[in-house]
Design a protein around this ligand. Sequence first.
Ligand code: NI
Ligand code: MN
Length: 227
Amino acid sequence: MAILHFHGHATFSLVTDDGTRLVVDPWFTGNPVADQSRDDISADYVLCTHGHSDHFTDAVPLAKATGATLISTYEIVAFVQTKGVENAHPMHIGGGYHFPFGYLKMTAALHGGMVEGDDEGRFTTVPGGFLLDMDGKSIYFAGDTALLTDMQLLRGKVTVAVLPIGDNFTMGPEDAARAVDFIEPEVVVPFHYDTFDVIKQDPEHFRGLVGDRARVEIMASGDRYEF
Ligand code: NI
Ligand code: MN
């Protein structure tokens, strides 16, 4: 079984069947809903969808402390290498790679490209998401994004879809429910809501919008979900 562990807001760990630990969009330091501190987190890989502080604050320190390989866009990888991260794997939107833990592909996201800590703006990037295929099951981390018609390309390819529902900065519940129409996952995990006043949402409302088209797994910070 793979285990998805929600650390609050937009930070997840995924332990794959073979025990590989991936941390997606690490934000522990200053995260008001984090379930753990960065020092308690182990990682073999750190995946970064984009460079905003609520996804990226702990990426460099976590990669350096654990020796994990940081996977992100070419620009973010170039940036973290200037900050002393030794193990990194650059990718880009639409590209996939066979890692030991599965086939990981970067997907399109429509959002902002600023990279926290890049004071001169040299490494501004295109934000993305990740689709991970692991022998018969798959998980899609949409990242921060608007609703995209491109999500229709994922139809039939996703077991668990992790979708933002907070509105304001990303899709809200109505657009996320349309994304479920496009993707047709078995399970949806909503994230990126409630952390700040402007993204307050009722996940039960989202569950109602999705109806019987997918199972909505509402995770609180610290919750684990096996699939
Ligand atoms: Ni963002
Ligand atoms: Mn965000």
